[in-house]
Design a protein around this ligand. Sequence first.
Ligand code: F6P
Length: 322
Amino acid sequence: MKRIGVFTSGGDAPGMNAAIRAVVRQAAVLGLEVVGIRRGYAGMIQGEFLPLGPRDVANILQRGGTVLLTARSQAFMTEEGRKKAYENLQQAGIEGLVAIGGDGTFRGAMRLIEEFRLPVVGVPGTIDNDLYGTDYTIGFDTAVNTALEAIDRIRDTAASHERVFLIEVMGRNSGFIALDVGIAGGAEVIALPEAPVDPRAVAEVLLESQRRGKTSSIVVVAEGAYPGGAEGLLRAIRSHAEVEARVTVLGHIQRGGSPTAKDRILASRLGAAAVEALVGGTSGVMVGEVEGEVELTPLKDAVERKKDIQRALLDLARVLSI
Ligand code: F6P
């Protein structure tokens, strides 16, 4: 293998740049050329390629977002789009790919492997932490810390006004962010897609908290935990009890910002490991970190097997919010 491509796809995540840098520099050390593909699968179809050498990735380690840009491509869902993408890769002499992203990115990679026998190795880059085969995904730690900082600020005003706040965090299908910020932010209630929430029970917890003399309460709601997110949950709570509350949706603020040290280290390690795997003739796997060690997991398992939330943490949150 002489030349490999690297791209980011799907929702961006802090640390993706650190992963790109690691891919480019590890490849250079192993004597490989690297081509950066802009805008993920969309750029592959458009032929948006640029050579990347070690100096081209200087000073990106600490930056949020992705210098290669990202997209969610509809055209790549079609056979014609994928054929065009493969032809462009062939023309550019790209013999293998490092795909940085989440489940959608890996599903696309699996199609390239199946249909064209192109070697691809995945690097888990998503704030959601919802990929099986790695304890943490790149971007999760930063997103949690960003959300936590916001929650701490909201707690100040909630306590001053003796108010209830429902704070919506990202996670359409997974509650990893909500669970961690809920614990770290001392939430009275944590609502996750993995543990259906009963508005009547939430109303009861909030009223009981008031009876116990709590001056403020925070309910952390993952966006996919209830239809309509935090707003929807509040409407449902109000149909059971009179609760005076405010809603804050943290939104895309959670996807930006400089990556934490933890994310930079994880991204550096996994980016380099992906190149080593690819050069070693491995394909169709995601490189992850499990209990401190780099592990390879089939892409199919990474996207299809369910990574469970730590239910013990949910119980702990209930105990500690007394
Ligand atoms: O997958 C990452 C993520 O940030 C999810 O948590 C969220 O549901 C989704 O992307 C939002 O996507 P978009 O930026 O396309 O609105």
